[in-house]
Design a binder for this molecule. Structure first.
Ligand code: ACO
Length: 328
């Protein structure tokens, strides 16, 4: 039997500062009613000046290590999924490695925007099955508010900060853990959401700063359509790999991008509301951090039993999409 990727422990970190819809009403021309109806978001968390994605990622990872009772020195693989890394290089994973003191780990970043955490779990699973590593810390960490334009009402209501982490090992003593995944991407849609400047395509100049090109841009409407399509495909293909159907799913934890996207997705999949975990109203879209935060919350609230079939599904800029199935 294929070994499972066991989830030993989880951790999260979210900044204390809350930015409400009412706060945003004072910053741009918008309303609480518009934001709730169009997105389902009521508030999001904002990191303090000087706090970067690695800081939140380190805290989430430390919480997972403490919960498992293992030291950072024992970590063999350390992956950070992020779209708001501290630097173009070095990787945010290397910064987290230093912060934790995970000296023995191989550390690198995963760039797949909001699908990044599920890409990270899948990469960890493959590397571990090939015998290279015995455990891994997989982290999704974002400080998107640092690259959000608070003069652009079409994006600033969406994004928030946070981090989530999972400590995973391989096991086949019982059936708990990750047992199937599916990844996909389509580079035709690179323009639908991006950060135009600051990379090698458009290096920073006074003009790029003046033109607000160091902030997230997105074509929300177009993204909405591909999001629903790609998440449905990710969900169905992941289930198919495991010989399961949507009827077998006890809990769906989707990427928290927009409540209307989640509702359209579950309608297509035929999964009832009560089998879907949603926390977008409190955090907004935290990109690669959204699924590990939601999974940690669902697990902490006792919503997942040992036998629960949990389907994680995401889409993100690129575009990318991913599904992961686990038990427990
Ligand atoms: N408040 C009030 N009005 C607004 C706001 C706002 N905050 N934002 C836009 N509007 C206006 C628009 O200007 C437009 O007005 P008009 O009709 O006069 O031109 C109207 O509202 C409708 O705008 P739409 O863009 O069509 O609104 P839509 O219903 O599509 O909702 C939203 C916009 C919420 C962005 C939605 O399209 C969405 O969630 N898309 C997916 C975004 C996403 O998931 N991004 C994640 C990828 S990013 C990444 O990977 C890091």
């Amino acid at each position: 039997m294929e070994p499972y990727l066991k989830i030993v422990s989880t951790g999260i970190s979210v900044p204390d500062k809350v930015l409400t819809n009412q706060d945003l009403e004072k910053m741009v021309e918008t309303s609480d009613e518009w934001i709730i109806t169009r997105t389902g978001i009521r508030e999001r968390r904002v990191s303090a000046p000087g706090v970067a994605s690695s800081d939140l990622g380190t805290q989430a990872a430390q919480m997972a290590l403490d919960a498992a009772g293992i030291s950072a020195a024992e970590v063999e693989l350390l992956l950070v999924a992020t779209a708001s890394g501290d630097y173009l290089f070095p990787s945010t994973a290397c910064v987290v490695q230093k912060n934790l003191g995970a000296d023995q780990a191989t550390a690198f970043d995963i760039s797949a925007a909001c699908s990044g955490f599920l890409y990270g779990l899948t990469v960890a699973y493959s590397l571990m099955k090939s015998g290279s590593y015995r455990n891994a810390l997989v982290i999704g960490a974002e400080t998107l508010t640092k690259i959000t334009d608070y003069q652009d009402r079409s994006t600033c209501v969406i994004f928030g900060d946070g981090a989530g982490a999972m400590l995973v090992t391989l096991g086949n003593d019982n059936n708990n853990g990750i047992f199937a995944s599916h990844l996909g991407s389509d580079g035709k849609f690179t323009t639908l959401s991006n950060l135009p400047a600051g990379g090698t395509r458009l290096p920073a100049t006074a003009d790029t700063v003046r033109q607000h090109r160091h902030f997230i841009k997105m074509e929300g409407n177009e993204l909405f359509k591909v999001a629903v399509r790609s998440m449905e495909e990710a969900a169905r293909l992941t289930l198919k790999k495991a010989g399961l159907t949507t009827a077998d799913v006890d809990i769906l934890i989707p990427h928290q991008a927009n409540l209307r996207i989640i509702n359209a997705l579950i309608k297509r999949l035929g999964i009832p509301d009560e089998r879907v975990y949603i926390n977008i109203e409190r955090y907004g879209n935290t990109s690669a951090a959204s699924i590990p935060i939601a999974y940690h919350e669902a697990r902490s609230k006792g919503l997942l039993s040992e036998d629960s079939v949990v389907l994680l599904v995401a889409f993100g800029g690129g575009i990318t999409w991913a599904g992961v199935l686990l038990r427990g």
